[in-house]
Design a protein around this ligand. Sequence first.
Ligand code: ZN
Length: 163
Amino acid sequence: MPQRSIVEYPATVLLTPGEPVVSFDEELKSLVQDMFDTMYDDGGVGLAAQQIGVSLRLFVMNCDGIKLVAANPEIISTEGEQDGEEGCLSVGKVHADLKRASRAVLRAQDLQGKTFEREAVGLAARCFLHETDHCDGILFIRHLSPLRRDLVLRKFRKIQKSR
Ligand SMILES: [Zn+2]
């Protein structure tokens, strides 16, 4: 299965909420396979469809023991708080400290269109929140203070220039 190129900030597709997934067909399965391949190839633990330029509410992840496909994801509850670093393949993997909920419950549909709920803590909860944000057209840098965001973007531009 082919890997796809990662779309990077500030591409419009990353900053726009995705369209709902309505067809749970072979095409979706093949897209999801490409997403997993691309995610593994680029060393990520989660990837949203927007990151390969497809405007759909869809993400894949394999993080901290939780591997899943989430179509039309929503976070239905959160609890607590965790400190930690977060980065994104679409922002050159530049990391920044970002507080997130320590526990999150995800509701989504699987590849067959069946609705499921899954609870996660720690890194996997962070991943749920990060990827669901992507589906809503929100990048993690939007949660940072202007100063920190600026720092991340400056590092990112340096990386882009050095390629
Ligand atoms: Zn990301």
